[in-house]
Structure formats: C-alpha cells, structure tokens
Design a protein around this ligand. Structure first.
Ligand code: NDP
Length: 275
C-alpha cells in the first residue's frame, strides 16, 4: 500500500500530501468512491458543504473501521454562510452531516469580495480552531491581497490556501507568497479536470517513466511541494492516482512541465465569484 508523505502545517498539524477530492460526485456515489480510496491507502478526503456529499463521506468513514484520528477530513464554508453566527452554525451542520465532532481542516471556500465579510468569518474560524472543532483552519481561492488582509487584520495566518493549480495555471507568484508566510499550497483541479492528459510533453514523460500522464502531473505537484486532491470515481484511476511514490521526476523534466504554464483558469475568477 502506498505511503503518502505528510506536510506539516503552520500550527504543527500534519496533512497527507495527497487526498481524494469529491467535487461533483453525487452523494449516493460518494461512499463507494471514498471506500475505494480508503482501501487504496488514501487517508485524506476533501469535501465541501456545496458538494452536497458530506453524508456520503461520513458513511464511508464509518464503514471503513478506521479510527477517526487516522483520517484527515476537510470541508468548506459556502459563500452564503459568511459572517460570525452563520459560520458557527454552518460548521455544526457540516459536522452533523459528516458524523464527526471535528474536522481536520475547515476552509473558507471563496473570499466573495463583494460581500466583504471574510475578515469577520475568519474571526469565527479562529474561535472554531480554539474550540478544537477544526484542527486547522484555512482558506480557498484567496488571491494575495485578501490573504494580506487576513494577515494584517487578524492574529492567525491561514494554514492552507486551496487554489486552482495545474500545469496550465502554475500560480508561481501566489505560491511564493504562501512560502514567505508559511501557508501551505493545496492544488484543486490538480489534473486540470483531465484536460491536459493528451499533451504531447506529458505523454512523452509518461513513456519515459513508465507512468500515465496523470501520474506525471501528480508527481510534478508533489515534487514542487503542493498538496493534491485529485478527484475520480473510477476505481482504477483512484488507485493509479495514489501510485506515485515509487518514482521521481528529474529537475529538467519538472522544468518541461513548468513550461506548460499558460495562466489558464478553468474555474471562476475569485475576485468576482459569488457576488
Ligand atoms: P481534477 O483535476 O481532479 O480532475 C478530475 C477529472 O479527471 C474527473 O473527470 C476524473 O474522471 C478525471 N480523472 C481523474 N483521474 C484520472 C486519471 N488518472 N486519468 C484520466 N482521468 C482522470 O478535477 P476536480 O475539479 O475534481 O478537482 C479535484 C478536487 O479539488 C475536487 O474534487 C474538489 O475536492 C477540489 N476542488 C476545489 C475547488 C475549490 O473551489 N476549492 C474547486 C474545484 C475542485 P472520473 O471521476 O470519471 O474518473
């Protein structure tokens, strides 16, 4: 079984560097995907209130027989739940759907600048962390200027910023800012939703290393220090995506993948989304 390395977050909590994402997986199919992943050695699952499948995640976790402390569960606060009271209630509801009394990582899903409530929301996250209801707190889709505001106006540096990141959108400046401030970079759509898997250079690297283009991309993420949460509901792919710890890309091959960066976003612009 694959041994997934951990990344130590800025509060000392350790997160597996690779987990399963379950965006767009219907609740009824989620337990099966998570069960397959847990059997393959995954210990980290990334869900969100808006995915409407926290119950399916909880079901698979309970059925696995694994001790809660062996697992790393992430969920996220949705855009219509910003604000102090709404945030505290939203976490209660997520915990109840997941069937657990804490999450390992709770994220503000989007900054929603038009609402301008993420600082207040973040203060509620600080309370959640101090109450032990989330072992670590972080954000998602936060451009640098919004991270800077949290640093300036609150006492807690986010442990993680989960952002769209794949070879087509390498986010180099944001990653440098994260590194400077001790924020871990977590990549969503790490496989560019499957859209890059036929790229000539990735296919060639796959042949060179005897791996699939998906495994090459995941290995690139891991070697540049990203946390990754590839999504799949296909058992063979779920197993393949974690089978990336028995080879290493050479520096010049990392550079070849780095050259694919086209600054191309698949998802919405965080400055305007949700507003
Ligand atoms: P991914 O980049 O993980 O790609 C998922 C797609 O690629 C699916 O269609 C899947 O198909 C396919 N796929 C997976 N593995 C392989 C493989 N080995 N070979 C070929 N195809 C493959 O995209 P996501 O957008 O799902 O991102 C991953 C996770 O990131 C999400 O599930 C979610 O947890 C998180 N996320 C967070 C966001 C945020 O705002 N914070 C936004 C978007 C995602 P199939 O399932 O059919 O096998």
């Amino acid at each position: 079984m694959s041994q997934v390395p951990v990344i130590k977050l800025n509060n000392g909590v350790e997160i597996p560097q690779l987990g399963l994402g379950v965006f767009q997986v219907p609740n009824a199919e989620t337990a099966q995907a998570v069960t397959t992943a847990l059997e393959a050695g995954y210990r980290s699952i990334d869900t969100a209130k808006i995915y409407d499948n926290e119950r399916g995640v909880g079901e698979a976790v309970r059925a696995s027989g694994l001790a809660r402390e062996e697992l790393f569960l992430t969920t996220k606060l949705w855009n219509d739940e910003h604000g102090s009271d709404a945030t505290l209630k939203a976490l209660d509801d997520s915990l109840s759907r997941l069937g657990t009394d804490y999450v390992d990582l709770y994220l503000v899903h989007w900054p929603v600048p038009s609402q301008d409530r993420y600082v207040e929301t973040w203060k509620a996250f600080e309370k959640i962390a101090s109450d032990g209801r989330a072992r670590a707190i972080g954000v998602s889709n936060f451009p640098q200027r919004h991270l800077q505001r949290l640093l300036d106006e609150t006492g807690t540096v986010p442990a993680v910023n989960q952002v769209e990141l794949h070879p087509d959108l390498a986010q180099s400046e944001l990653r440098a800012f994260h590194a400077e401030h001790g924020i871990a970079t977590e990549a969503w759509s790490p496989l560019a939703q499957g859209g890059l898997l036929a790229a000539e250079s990735l296919v060639a690297l796959g042949e060179k290393y005897g791996k699939t283009p998906a495994q090459i991309i995941l290995r690139w993420h891991l070697q540049i220090g990203n946390i990754v949460i590839p999504k799949s509901v296909t058992p063979e792919r779920i197993r393949g995506n974690i089978d990336v710890f028995d080879f290493e890309l050479a520096d010049d091959d990392l550079a070849v993948i780095g050259e694919l960066d086209a600054g191309k976003r698949l998802g919405p612009d965080p400055e305007t989304f949700g507003g």
